[in-house]
Design a protein around this ligand. Sequence first.
Ligand code: FE2
Length: 178
Amino acid sequence: MDTSREKAWSVLTSHVKETVLLNHCRAVEVAMRAYAEKYQSDVAYWGAVGLLHDVDFEKYPEQHPTQAAMLLQPHGYSEAFIADVESHARDWPGERSQLQKTLYAVDELTGFIIACALVRPDKDLANVEVKSVLKKLKDKAFARAVNRETLWAGAEMMGVEMAEHIEFVRAALAKDYQ
Ligand SMILES: [Fe+2]
């Protein structure tokens, strides 16, 4: 199976046109690649899952993420890969693997951290402090679309401290997300 970034990007952009969603997919990709490296897993595979995790969202917002299979199968992505993509459904019934827990845990956190950078005068991810992200997690008015329970559940699922998780994802985004 071809897990190259080039292929994943071309498949993604054939189904997603909105810049906001493409940026979200790229941010999740960056976080997934960073964690894959940390866990000595397959960086390309984890990155492709991250990049493609919302492939069906623009066309099928109601059925998302269950339409990913239909969109990915014709491109030769395996059943396991498709299951990894679809596993970030909140009500996924199976036991999540480490990759699947990570996807769940970074999906909404990336956007939240980027939102924290964007309210800074310098808008710089490099200067976002963990304590300010933690504070904003408690501020319900800030980035209110982001479900806090999902964020806490994700960190717990992964077995990582929230502060550590935030710092890891922030550093990855500061390095590789433009
Ligand atoms: Fe997502």
